[in-house]
Write a protein that binds this ligand. Sequence first.
Ligand code: RNT
Ligand code: ZN
Length: 417
Amino acid sequence: MSQIDNAYKLAKEQYAAFGVDTDAVLKKLESVAISLHCWQGDDVCGFESKADAIGGGLAVTGNYPGKARTPDELRADAEKAFSLIPGKHRFNLHACYIDTDKKVERNQIAPEHFQTWIDWAKGLQIGLDFNPTFFAHPKAADGLTLTHPDEGIRNFWIEHGIACREIGAAFGKALGSATVTNVWIPDGMKDTPANRKYFRELLVNSLDKIFAKEIDTKYHLDAIEGKLFGMGLESFTVGSHEFYLAYAVKHNKLVTLDSGHYHPTETIADKITSIFPFVDEILLHVSRGVRWDSDHVVILNDDLQAIAQELVRGNYLGRTHIGLDFFDASINRLAAWTIGTRNMIKALMLAMLEPYKKLCDYEMSGDYTSRLALMEELKTLPYAAVWDYYCQTKNVPVGIAWLDEVKKYEKEVLSKR
Ligand code: RNT
Ligand code: ZN
């Protein structure tokens, strides 16, 4: 018996003493797909061959060498990352990652312009998710898109939104797994607006037009993502959390919760049980803000664990689409994907290893002392042994061995770019 098997056997016994079946946990864990965001692979640049600044209140910092410059490079990098992450996952594309020889206007894009992505995903047997790109474009240069007072500009972006839903639906149909298309717009203002009402009403109107066509939820789901502020758009965000929450409840859309999009001490973990009584499904953009919405790589911190606990405890995994949303250009980008995604899975595993019923029993009987004692005890149970065993059974590197793979890839592939 190998050391990993041995350690797992001991860990299994220890968890069993708390009434937790680790084999069952790993079985459940393998059914969770995380949507890997394409934009960590190239600093949110995309392949439209334009020189527009990213804009939209977003900022990417760092210039680590070797970023993907073509769709083929990005696909190769993503495949390498997938090979280091246990389980079967998904890939999340932005419209600006279009794969065409000639320039296609954003309001003219169609499924055929993403055929290479569909073929690739089919080959890997993974699902795709999608996002219209409402930034990095001359028509978004002043920070307004779907709520632009100029009707021509507004319509251009409405057409983009409509086109993206068609692409999402085509992905879903081709791949046999519903695509979540997430609408996030940067619209807002640097300084205090006078007429908030005007912009909010415009957004209702534009969204109604984008969502006018019914699309079978077997293939396609709509999500809407609010936020607090963007760089240079500090005073007003048209699509705030409340705005989209209300819109989603009224129109049966998915609410997207991005962990970087709230006040610094506000976490999305507590929002999950608050929202679920009123919506069917949610989309998460798991991220990590450091002092602001900085989109740092997701680490295994309390925040992440609280999110995972809420999903597992509430039995919400079947109604939650887990996407990642960070972009760090200061470190190896494959490592960023690998670290962030492995942490997300690890956090879910930790949450599944919790003797939840026992905690609830203590709580129901008012024994908060035991609840706290047990919660603290759980933190030092040998979950690493369970994790290593899981990685081994999924044929991905155990422990930090994945880093050697990334270093090798950096030397052989990335450094030649
Ligand atoms: C921006 C949103 C949005 C983007 C991606 C690139 O604050 O979080 O989800 O990060 O669309
Ligand atoms: Zn996001």
